[in-house]
Design a protein around this ligand. Sequence first.
Ligand code: 3PG
Length: 320
Amino acid sequence: KARTVLLATEKAFAAAAVGKIESVLKEANYTLKKLENYKGKDDLLAAVAGVDAMIIRSDIVDQAVLDKADKLKIVVRAGAGYDNIDLKACEAKSVTAMNTPGQNANAVAELVFGMMLVSARNNFDGTSGFELVNREIAFYGFGAVARAVHKLAQGFGMKSFAYDPYIPADKIKEMGAEPVSTVAGLFEHQYVSLHVPLTDETKASINKELLMKMPKGGSLINTARTEVVHEADMIEVLKTRPDFCYLCDVAPKDIEPFKAAVGDKYGKRLIFTKKKMGAQTAEANDNAARQERDMGVAHNQGYPFGDPQNKDYSIKGSKR
Ligand code: 3PG
């Protein structure tokens, strides 16, 4: 019997990318089952029964989903962040979990610059803004996305700094950024761009103490996960520091206290995208949907496709 792969994407991929997935699977004699733009968890729970593999985006794969997925062997998160997958529950069922890091990195990097430029030019409201040249940007996490931002920053004539506990300082230097030895050290620079996964360690870790250290015009750019930033602290910092900016890919659930903190500076000092938009480009949709198999990375046991060790330091392995 042909094996079945479920494509479960609440936010669908580009049709062309889905077509490519379909033809790869057809050639390998697999059946593709599509659940795109679905509206509720029940649809997902019904669709996972009997499938051998799953391709997802930010779709939640938790215990409830795994309980229904009686044949599941592998789940591939087409994208970088895999905080939507319950790895422990996968492991308990011997389900391999993989992601496709780097595939949407350029899309996110361009969004970072888009938000920086909109903020620096006061949302094009006719008032005088400032240039990015010679300004400093510090990266918390220096994986694929941060490095793509760094490349653009070099083009803009900015100076880059980076802290990443998984990457040796000399590697960071080799890539043209100044290594920083502590998280707090990043906040001495005007721009701090977050590129860390959401983990117990990073959750709500960007707090008032760090943010208040930032120099005049300090701007935090968050294209990671909103939960990495301590919400109440952020609202307080926005209120107490009229020079401070927060640029974030996707608004928190309750946007009102944030808006109230900045008043008519919403769209300049405070920028939120309507939906998570970092990976929402034609190119990223295509890339993330069909990463070559030897480039995917497994995050638990049962790795089927070769060496899971990071070849270019972009993946979260054990701390060095
Ligand atoms: C990622 O982790 O790759 C991005 O956040 C993209 O997420 P998405 O698939 O929901 O657009």
